[in-house]
Write a protein that binds this ligand. Structure first.
Ligand code: IMP
Ligand code: MG
Length: 183
């Protein structure tokens, strides 16, 4: 069992070192929520959280949202281990009717942007009023998508990270901080 904010963690065959601690994450989430609360002041928002990775971020973010809101979940998959397969599969679809609604998509990380482009296509099919993307992490150097995130927690270098919902082969999601692969 990993303890809180430890400096180095071993997950399977890899070592990871502390990169963003839990206090920094929580402070950033409060400021992202303030931005969203201000921007949608007086309006209703449907949050669409992307499983599995965004579960922890979505949970902490929603506690700071004071808008009239709903949350729903989609599950996509583009990663096997540490390398993107480049293919994205839809596993769980949208249930709500999003027509004419304000949508904020909650994602743990936007890397190549392929997953987000697919999600946006599905959401746009329902003709919402507007769609915004809120991601905790963004890798600008890896990004080759069409839909750039609107709310970004941290822009990070192009290195593999785990923790706070993000996994390495499904391990490490429970860590309360974000760890970067140790070369
Ligand atoms: P994209 O389609 O390349 O943008 O990848 C998006 C998905 O890949 C994210 O939702 C994550 O689940 C996963 N992913 C991308 N980069 C990382 C990483 O550094 N660590 C863990 N998962 C990642
Ligand atoms: Mg994800």
């Amino acid at each position: 069992m990993e303890s809180k904010n430890v400096v180095v963690v071993q997950i399977l065959d890899k070592k990871f070192e502390i990169f963003i601690n839990s206090d920094e994450i929580q402070k950033k989430i409060e400021s992202l929520a303030r931005e969203i609360n201000q921007e949608f002041n007086g309006q209703e928002v449907i949050f669409v959280a992307v499983l599995n990775g965004a579960f922890m971020f979505a949970s902490d973010l929603m506690k700071c949202i004071d808008l009239k809101s709903e949350i729903t979940f989609v599950k996509m998959s583009s990663y096997k281990g540490m390398e993107s397969s480049g293919k994205v599969e839809e596993l769980i679809g949208l249930k709500n009717n999003l027509r004419n609604k304000n949508i904020v998509i909650i994602e743990d990380i936007v890397d190549s942007g392929i997953t987000m482009d697919k999600i946006i296509d599905l959401v746009q099919d329902q003709e919402p009023k507007q769609v915004k993307i809120c991601t905790l992490l963004f890798k600008p150097d890896a990004f080759k998508g069409v839909n750039h995130p609107h709310y970004i927690g941290f822009s990070i270098p192009n290195a593999f990270v785990v923790g706070y919902g993000l996994d390495y082969d499904e391990k490490g999601r429970n860590l309360d901080a974000i760890y970067q692969i140790k070369e």
